[in-house]
Design a protein around this ligand. Sequence first.
Ligand SMILES: Nc1ncnc2c1ncn2[C@@H]1O[C@H](COP(=O)(O)OS(=O)(=O)O)[C@@H](OP(=O)(O)O)[C@H]1O
Ligand SMILES: Nc1ncnc2c1ncn2[C@@H]1O[C@H](COP(=O)(O)OP(=O)(O)O)[C@@H](O)[C@H]1O
Length: 326
Amino acid sequence: MSVVGSPPPPCRSAVFCNAECEPSASPAAENLRFSMLCGINAARLYGSRKRLVLRGGRGWWNSLKPVKAKDDDDAGSNHGRKCSVMSNENVKPIKAMVDSDSSWNENSSSFSSKNLCEVSNVGNSTNILWHDSPIKKRDRQQLLQQKGCVIWLTGLSGSGKSTLACALSRSLHARGKLTYVLDGDNVRHGLNRDLSFRAEDRSENIRRIGEVAKLFADAGLICITSLISPYQKDRDACRALLPEGDFIEVFIDVPLHVCEARDPKGLYKLARAGKIKDFTGIDDPYEPPSSCEIVLQQQQGNGFKSPCDMAEIVIAYLEEKGYLRA
Ligand SMILES: Nc1ncnc2c1ncn2[C@@H]1O[C@H](COP(=O)(O)OS(=O)(=O)O)[C@@H](OP(=O)(O)O)[C@H]1O
Ligand SMILES: Nc1ncnc2c1ncn2[C@@H]1O[C@H](COP(=O)(O)OP(=O)(O)O)[C@@H](O)[C@H]1O
């Protein structure tokens, strides 16, 4: 958490979305001379109620003085908060939308926000700045008449993930819904071709696909992932990337002996013979979800639920939760 007045050293910029001037302070936002803000070297305002980017040298944060920060009622954004900042007593206040978790700390009289401090260091990426798009997720959802989400299929090799992913995408497509399948095998042909099946590589595989799935969901698509994703903590990390409810974990609960009997690729046989190491279920663990949105047990009487029946269960869930309308 960074606080105005004592930001981390590399942080020298702030982005405020939907910035506007206080009506009492100035009749037109264009009239505001942001470049005159005390200590700020350069500032740009795109339009009257759009996006304000403030950049400044080390120390300019000290000149910013927050006057209020409160939840935004009319922002139309779940993450939106409205705040006002002043550079000093002589400069007019600016109302600004900050996209995510910013908070006004009454006790320390400081405004703390990761968005106030938009130029940041993430992993090995330094001095990076988040750019907002004028077209939002809700606009894309409106266009597509659906809600973006991730259907995360998990289960042993041979449990039926790929088959269900195909059945689901076919059925949703027939209803006019836009889907995209991210299959573990396929993604390992490209984006994740550098990854093995060692535990840390599996985690990285899941992390990358979780991030890609998040982008697809943000694009408004119903993204179906088909990965063993054997470790609970990795699935939980992907869940945490998405807004509440948008990560729909589906456990295809087919016992090992059934998967092994199917063995469509002959991999279990090779694993049992020691020719493949770290094979899930044989010499590498599979951690079943402790709690997930849908559990599909294939057994139905003496037979199996068909892939189409399973797809219908998932689609009924999507329907009930409102994902098949904007
Ligand atoms: N050691 C080992 N363990 C498990 N699976 C293996 C292994 N080696 C190769 N394969 C093949 O890779 C497919 C699983 O890839 P995933 O990306 O889904 O795996 S993981 O989520 O990273 O664990 C998996 O595909 P599915 O059978 O569709 O699950 C296998 O075909
Ligand atoms: N619901 C089902 N009932 C019976 N067999 C199935 C079902 N779903 C998949 N299968 C069969 O199980 C095997 C493995 O399916 P697949 O979708 O490739 O699993 P995974 O992607 O989890 O490895 C295939 O031979 C497939 O035909």
